[in-house]
Write a protein that binds this ligand. Structure first.
Ligand code: B4P
Length: 199
């Protein structure tokens, strides 16, 4: 399997690029943001709990998010995928450790972490633009967007160090056309798959 993590601040294009990588490499796309929004839409207890955090731009507690990804390897295998692309997960070191444990139990591992670099001004503009049509309550308010970026800087950015230590972090320029960024990501994935993929 080739298991990739798309890493980067809110609005850096993780969802956009994950969808393209999913299609090109036949991967299972796991977006914890989408999974949470799906729970909210269905009005489940988990969704109602998660909404309180998401509306404030705060990360949802680790145990909630980790609980949602337990069966991803089995689903990927059942669907005949070549691996998994994790989008917006892990966002804390505890989540990264839980993912390593989960993948190890299933006889696989993280192949590579693709980190999208985008400056703060560009992030805010992209999210506000999406907020005009997305209907997402966390996309409309500048203070909530700032909070999301702050959460990223304090809780998520350190996760890059966790993967750098493992030698599997690759930084990719995240400003430019969607197609050019996709090409850079594909080059990174091809490098990764020639060195790190397992069965
Ligand atoms: P997410 O759903 O992951 O939202 P995101 O970080 O805003 O999205 P992304 O980076 O994917 O941006 P996109 O491609 O859409 O998280 C939302 C919330 O859920 C979090 O704040 C948190 O509360 C909770 N959550 C999710 N996962 C969690 C976890 N693991 N632990 C705890 N809490 C969790 O791109 C943004 C916009 O830019 C789009 O409109 C896109 O069209 C545009 N864009 C993309 N690429 C572009 C480019 N190259 N140029 C110009 N615009 C571009």
């Amino acid at each position: 399997m080739i298991n990739l993590i798309l890493f980067g601040p809110p609005g850096s294009g993780k969802g956009t690029q994950a969808e393209k990588l999913r299609e090109h490499f036949n991967l299972l796309h796991i977006s914890t943001g989408d999974l949470l929004r799906n729970e909210i839409a269905k009005g489940t207890t988990l969704g109602l709990e998660a909404k309180k955090f998401m509306d404030q731009g705060i990360l949802v507690p680790d145990n909630v998010v980790i609980g949602m990804i337990g069966n991803t390897v089995d689903i990927a295998k059942e669907q005949g995928r070549h691996g998994i692309i994790f989008d917006g997960f892990p966002r804390t070191t505890a989540q990264a450790e839980a993912l390593d444990t989960l993948l190890l139990e299933k006889g696989t591992s993280v192949s590579g972490v693709l980190s999208l670099a985008v400056d703060e001004e560009e992030l805010t503009q992209r999210i506000l633009k999406r907020g005009l049509t997305s209907g997402r309550s966390d996309d409309n308010d500048v203070d909530t967007i700032r909070k999301r970026v702050q959460e990223y800087r304090t809780k998520t950015e350190p996760v890059a160090g966790y993967y750098q230590h493992q030698g599997i972090l690759m930084e990719v320029e995240g400003v430019g056309s969607i197609d050019d960024i996709f090409q850079s990501l594909m080059n990174a994935v091809n490098t990764i798959s020639s060195t790190h993929s397992d069965t």
